[in-house]
Design a protein around this ligand. Structure first.
Ligand code: PMP
Length: 344
């Protein structure tokens, strides 16, 4: 038998939600039900395929500028990568050491964090979530840094900005990654990006996959102090000099500029979310207060199976404390009506 690495032979990787070829109502991977902005389609049409003979713009100049303008930061504070997952991976490698103590994150959070730590041999420690799934920030200390998703997945709960600031205080001089994949859907909190002026240990990560409806393009970015950005660039340049392809750069520039459409899409998702939560609660179903584009609904594997039988995919995690829930993406109004109808 051909020898492979012990790592590849023994590691359990992250399992992504299914991408079925059959026609399902897909409420399992927190994609946006609305299409990308028309400006993105225009950018794709304008795109000169002949240009693909060349490598993409290494510095991601125009996209970085557009992101910097939108986020009100300097271009030196922006790093762009192939999806926020990749940015997260680079950040873990760039910020933490195998012999530097644990990186702390909540027990119930995005399950890619322990996977990346394992990949890079970085130790990690879990902070137990409270009985209502909330996170006690004071527990996220004592290691070489912390990672937090705000709002969190799969719980859909968010923490106020003061808690994030406290997290930065209790981890002074240690990098803190704040994963804001869902921040645009939040009404009870706001982005930590303005805090980078005061906290050089803060790295905020965002994505085009959710509120911008561009999960298929694979683009995410980090906003942080220049020193952290440089560290992540060093890791990127040890892996792949060009993670952001030319077409992606054009389409994402168009997406950032289509502000009105972005706002409208987010507003529609928030409106549907409110309606579905109200309806679930009216039926006596427990559902957490969501600050994201998904719901964390009580009712575990049996819901998942029943919904699947009816052509609706939701996410079910067979893990301690969460196995009695499903995570349900907020789809279009029509999709959610079908979901509500099929829900046992
Ligand atoms: N962070 C969180 C909390 C997520 O749920 C996801 C989506 N699975 C990501 C990051 C990664 O998103 P992407 O790689 O598509 O940017």
């Amino acid at each position: 038998m051909v020898k492979i690495s012990k790592f590849a032979a023994s590691t359990t990787p992250y399992t992504a939600g299914e991408q079925p070829q059959r026609k399902f109502i897909k409420l399992n991977t927190n994609e946006n039900p609305y299409p990308p902005a028309k400006e993105c389609a225009d950018a794709a049409k304008r795109f000169d395929v002949g240009q693909l003979k060349l490598y993409p713009d290494l510095a991601v100049t125009r996209l970085k500028r557009a992101i910097a303008q939108k986020e009100k930061v300097r271009e030196e504070n922006v790093f762009v990568g192939n999806g926020s997952d990749e940015v997260l991976a680079f950040a873990v490698r760039a910020f933490y050491d195998p012999d530097g103590g644990k990186v702390i994150f909540p027990k119930i959070t995005y399950s890619f964090y322990p996977v990346y730590c394992n990949l890079f041999d970085v130790k990690y420690g879990f902070a137990e979530n409270e009985s209502d799934f909330s996170v006690d920030i004071e527990k996220l200390t004592g290691g070489q840094g912390a990672i937090i998703a705000n709002p969190n997945a799969p719980t859909s709960l968010s923490l106020p900005l003061e808690s994030i600031e406290r997290l930065l205080e209790i981890n002074r001089d240690k990098p803190v990654i704040v994963d804001e994949a869902y921040i645009d859907f939040a009404v009870n909190t706001s982005s930590a990006v303005p805090l980078i002026e005061r906290y050089d240990n803060l790295a905020v990560i965002k994505t085009f996959s959710k509120s911008y409806s561009l999960a298929g393009i694979r683009c995410g970015y980090m906003i942080a102090d220049e020193r952290l950005i440089k560290a992540v660039e060093t890791v990127r340049d040890c892996f792949n000099s060009y993670p952001v392809d030319s077409l992606c750069q054009e389409i994402c520039v168009a997406a950032v500029k289509a502000e009105r459409y972005h706002k409208d899409c987010v507003a529609s998702v928030i409106k549907t979310r409110k309606r579905v939560i109200e309806e679930l609660r009216r039926r006596g179903r427990e559902v957490l207060d969501s600050d994201t584009n998904f719901l964390f609904v009580k009712g575990g594997q049996s819901d998942y199976l029943k919904l699947k039988e009816n052509g609706i995919l939701v996410r079910w995690f067979d893990a301690e404390r969460v196995r009695d829930y499903t995570r349900v993406t907020v789809g279009s109004d029509e999709e959610m009506d079908t979901y509500l109808k099929a829900l046992p």
